[in-house]
Design a protein around this ligand. Structure first.
Ligand SMILES: [Zn+2]
Length: 321
């Protein structure tokens, strides 16, 4: 395992989290602007956030502590600005009734639209440059955001997503030659593409959102978890193991708190994390992470005790030398 760590909101990045991550032997922090159907707004806010001198200071400190910071964001509505709809309706998706709409995502069959995505991804990668060269600029975080135009209708949602990620990958590589984009395998695109091949550099990010975190991921008695792990073998065949990352929900206190305050007191099972992590490592995943939102300084202030990040880090296992 090359990296293990936690994914938090931008506003949660602080000396507190850097100390906790470093002290517990982890080396990764993912920054995740809020998902959901908020379109490009969280990205615009994160751009303002990342340029603040205080954020830059924290990022430099993270680097000096050996913590890789990456940005994991549902960026499509920022990459394809919604206001372009009036001028270029064909860049946007067609709904089930044959109407073009700028609600979410885009049309994956418009070459001009994809070229625009590439250009915008280059811009976003230059704003959120990572020391690792790994980028995570994902499609919108909404169910069934498929395009139903005559061309996209012929391919699956995962194939559409693959075309979009290939276009984003080209933009990233134009500003960071060693940069690469993740294919986020989750929700309705968890099975991976059928006909569209990933371009060079695209790596797997597996996020089993539809799982039961009270049972191990391989528990044969959990139908939900059986479904969640079913695509892994195929995904690894498609994308390989280089840079492959798990984005788990073991510590997702934002989900548990309904994504709003007040924060709830959180408990997790180190045994489940340990068994799951061993399984993921055996599959070849190089990076093991989990959402860990609402477990930082605000958690400490709310409950007067630190969330037990040491037990978590220990359960995930050892980093390779
Ligand atoms: Zn289309």
């Amino acid at each position: 395992m090359r990296y293990k760590g936690i994914v938090i909101y931008p506003e949660e990045l602080s000396d507190y989290w850097l100390d906790r991550v470093a002290d517990s032997g982890m080396n990764f922090l993912g920054i995740h602007p809020m998902g959901g159907n908020l379109q490009g707004k969280p990205i615009a806010e994160a751009i303002e956030w990342v340029q603040r001198p205080e954020t830059q200071r924290l990022l430099e400190r993270a680097e000096s502590l050996g913590i890789a910071v990456e940005y994991e964001m549902h960026a499509l509505s920022w990459l394809m600005e919604r206001e372009l709809f009036a001028e270029h309706p064909d860049w946007f998706r067609m709904d089930e009734n044959g109407e073009r709409t700028n609600d979410y995502n885009c049309c994956a069959s418009s070459e001009e639209g994809l070229a625009h995505l590439t250009e915008r991804a280059a811009k976003l990668a230059s704003i959120f440059k990572t020391p690792t060269g790994r980028y995570h600029f994902w499609t919108d975080d909404v169910p069934k955001p498929k395009c139903h135009c005559p061309k996209c209708r012929e391919i699956s949602a995962a194939d559409e997503t693959m075309k979009i990620y290939n276009a984003i990958n080209r933009g990233i590589q134009s500003v960071d030659p060693n940069g690469c984009q993740s294919y986020l395998a989750y929700d309705n695109v968890i099975d991976g593409p059928d006909t569209v091949k990933p371009d060079k550099g695209i790596y797997l990010e597996f996020a089993p959102m539809l799982r039961n975190t009270q049972r191990t991921i391989c528990d044969p008695e959990s139908e939900m978890n059986k479904r969640a792990v079913a695509p892994i073998r195929r995904l690894i065949e498609l994308f390989g193991t280089k840079d492959a990352q798990v984005l788990e929900y073991w510590l997702d206190n934002s989900w548990f708190s309904d994504w709003k305050m007040p924060i709830r007191r959180f408990a997790f099972s180190p045994d489940i994390v340990a068994i799951d992590s061993a399984y993921y490592e055996k599959c070849g995943f190089e990076t093991i992470t989990t959402f860990g939102i609402y477990l930082g300084e605000d958690y400490y202030k709310s409950f007067g005790e630190h969330f037990d990040v040491h037990s978590y880090s220990k359960a995930v296992g050892k980093l390779s030398d």
